[in-house]
Every structure is written in C-alpha cells, then in structure tokens.
Ligand binder design. Structure first.
Ligand code: NAD
Ligand code: MG
Length: 381
C-alpha cells in the first residue's frame, strides 16, 4: 500500500491523480488540500476517506467541518494546515498539484520530512530550483516529475544513470497560434488563446502555451531537475503532442518518449516509479498517424522562450520575476484588461526593472514575487 497526500486535489492534476487512485487498490489517500472548493472536497473526502484535509480559507474550513461532521477527519486551514497535509506522517509521497508559489513552503517542508515529491507545481523549481534540488539530495528524497515533458525525459533517463546527457530536446505543441505573425496576433482574443490543439488544461496554463511562456518555464525546470546547462536545452515544436520530449547522449543517440497526450500517464509513472502499471486510455495508432511533424519555434513572435533563457542567464531572483510577471499579465489578459501581445510587454518591463538578488532565500523569492505584483498593480490599476 502506498500512502499519498495531495495539495491541490480539486484542480486538473489533483482530480486526475484521484482517478488513478480510484483505479488502483494499492494506492491510499491520507491527506488532501485545496483552495476553496468545499463541495468537491467534501465529495473527495466521502470517497477517499483521508485522515486530514486542509482548505485555505478559515470560514470554508468551518463549512467543511459541518459537512463532514459524521467522519473523524481533521480539518485544518491556512499555511499551517497546508504544511500539515504536505508533511502528514503516514504519507509516502506528496503530489504537488497546487498552482502558484504558495506551493513552495509546503514542498520544502515535505522534503525536510523525507517525503518523495510527485512534482506538478511549476513554480517550485522555476523560482527555487537552487534551494529544492540540494535539499532533496541532502534528505535523500526523490523529485519525480509530473509535467509530461519532464516525465518523458525522466523516462528516457531510466537506466542511463552513468551516462552524460549531451542535450535535452523539450517538445512544444506550439499552441493555437503556431505559424502566426505578430500582426496577426495583435487582435487575437481570449477565446482564441484557449483553443489548445491537444491538451485540455486550466486557463492560465493554456494561455501560457499560446505565448510559449509555458515552454520557457519548463526549460527552467529542466535545468534544475536534470542539472543541465541552458545552452544544452533545446525546444522543438511537435504540434501533435505525440513526442513528449527527448534526450541526446554523448554518442549522438536520441531517446524519445511517445504516447497519446494524457496527463494520467506521467502522474501514474511518478506514483509508481520505477514500475509501470496498466493505464486505460487511447493508444498511439501508427497505422492512422500521418507522419510526425517537427517544426522550429518562432522566437521572434513567441518571446516567452527568450525571456526564460534570459532569466536563467541572469539567474538569482530573475526567474521569479519572469514567473510572477507572467502570472499577473495572464490574469490581466483573462480579465480583458490587456491584449495578448501585451503579456510580453508586462514581462519585459518587470524583468528590465528588477535588481537581481543572487542566490535568493525563500523569503527573498516571496518578496520578489510581491514586488513584481506591486509594480504591475501600480501600472495597471
Ligand atoms: P488548477 O488551477 O486546475 O488547480 C490548482 C489547485 O490548487 C486547485 O485544487 C486549487 O484549489 C489549489 N489551490 C490554489 N490555491 C490554493 C491555496 N491557497 N491553498 C490550497 N490549495 C490551493 O491547476 P492545474 O492545471 O491542476 O495545475 C497545477 C500545477 O501543475 C500548476 O503549477 C501547473 O503549472 C502544473 N501543471 C499542470 C498541468 C496540467 O495539465 N494541468 C501540466 C503540467 C504542469
Ligand atoms: Mg508540460
């Protein structure tokens, strides 16, 4: 039996993780956390019977307590509650399916408590890779990637522990605007940006795919996860999302991981690593596949990639600024306050104005996020 805790259980990754638990008798949920969705948390509690649940808001915690009064489930709230779930004593592994930098502290505490981490939360390595990776190795904790590209690389590296990576080839779908010119992007709407060709995901990450900021964030994550220099990480556009990423070794041999686009595979791989279990779902059918398309990213139009490489080159607190500025810019775009291409302008403005803090502490990172938000608020209010 493997005991699992999940922070962010009501979101896209969280609910898919629970689907995997539902399909496997030897997985057991012991702790759940989410932001505010009381009714879904209640349903999840009734089905999976965890020992403890954290909900961010204190009032919502009262509501949830009443709803679950017939069960002996501990209900907690706030950051202390989130940390209690993340470090819950009987959990073997923590799934970080929470969105935003709010996931940083609970993840750090879970590593300190010796929990393996199935890492979906992007902000963790983007902003604090320099803190997380050494801590995980000190505590002998595994960081098991859930993002499909990193999982693909992780799968390719299995059995290659003694071989040096010469290049990582991270695939990108190119999003809904692949092939478009800057002029054509002047007038695109939120609705256009949300039409992702292959993956069904939350709004924010779907917009990030359209700007290619998502791929930029993934390049930064890969740099930390696999200890590879930015110059050795390349982005390849693969519009069908069939090749999930690739690794090139010293002899020029390239390994790739392929499959249909389904986040349940990387989630399940992280939960059972290194074992592979049956997973229901569509299989890739080469008979009906009309070739595999490969393209180059158009970096002049989709500036998300260059920003990420630039943030990595600057180092220190700059990736935090890139991430935080993008988060706010996307929220402004979703709210109809700025146009699509202005997302890039907001990021660029924040990165230009930032004075880099080298080797930032957790507090520095959180402060940097706050300052970036304030800078944007002062201009877009
Ligand atoms: P989502 O918005 O669907 O879900 C986010 C979850 O976080 C929800 O359960 C929400 O309640 C919870 N949450 C938010 N604020 C909280 C708080 N203060 N306290 C407790 N819980 C809180 O997001 P998602 O698409 O599932 O993505 C989660 C993370 O995984 C993100 O960092 C994302 O970049 C990454 N990711 C997602 C996908 C995907 O396919 N959706 C793929 C790769 C990586
Ligand atoms: Mg991805």
């Amino acid at each position: 039996m493997k005991n699992i805790s999940i922070i962010g259980s009501t979101g896209s990754i969280g609910t898919q993780t629970l689907e995997i638990v539902r399909a496997n008798d030897d997985l057991n949920v012991v702790a759940l956390a989410a932001g505010s969705n009381v009714s879904l948390l209640e349903k999840q509690a009734r089905e999976f019977k965890p020992d403890i649940i954290a909900i961010w808001d204190e009032d919502k915690a009262k509501e949830l307590k009443t709803a679950l009064s017939e069960f002996n489930i501990r209900i907690v709230s706030g950051m202390d509650g989130l940390i209690e779930v993340a470090t819950y004593i009987s959990a073997d592994i923590l799934v970080t399916a929470i969105v935003g930098m709010i996931g940083l502290r609970p993840t750090i505490e879970a590593i300190k408590a010796g929990k393996d981490i199935a890492l979906a939360n992007k902000e963790t390595l983007v902003t604090a890779g320099h803190l997380i990776m050494p801590l995980a190795s000190e505590k002998n904790v595994r960081i098991l990637p859930v993002d499909s590209e990193h999982s693909a690389i992780f799968q390719c590296l299995h059995g290659e522990e003694n071989n040096k990576i010469s290049r990582l080839l991270i695939t990108a779908s190119g999003g809904p605007f692949r092939g478009k010119t800057r002029e054509e992007l002047e007038s695109v709407t939120l609705e256009d940006a949300l039409k992702h060709p292959n993956w069904s995901m939350g709004k924010k990450i779907t917009v990030d795919s359209a700007t290619m900021v998502n791929k930029g964030l993934e390049v930064i994550e890969a740099r930390w996860l696999f200890d590879v220099q930015p110059a050795d990480i390349e982005v390849v556009v693969q519009p069908q999302s069939i090749i999930h990423s690739m690794v090139e070794f010293a002899d020029g041999g390239i390994k790739a991981q392929l499959g249909t686009p389904d986040m349940k595979l990387p989630i399940q791989y992280a939960l059972y690593y290194p074992e592979r279990r049956n997973l229901a779902g569509d299989r890739l059918d080469f008979a009906t596949l009309n070739g595999i398309i490969i393209d180059k990213p158009d970096k002049n139009v989709f500036k998300g990639l260059d920003f990420a490489y630039n943030a990595l080159e600057c180092g220190g607190s700059m990736p935090t600024v890139f991430n935080a500025a993008n988060e706010r810019a996307v929220a402004l775009f979703i709210a109809g306050r700025i146009r699509f291409l202005e997302i890039y302008d907001v990021i660029e403005m924040c990165m230009k104005k930032h004075r880099i803090i080298d080797n930032p502490s957790l507090e520095d990172i959180i402060e940097t996020e706050k300052n970036t938000y304030e800078l944007i608020n002062s201009r877009y209010n």
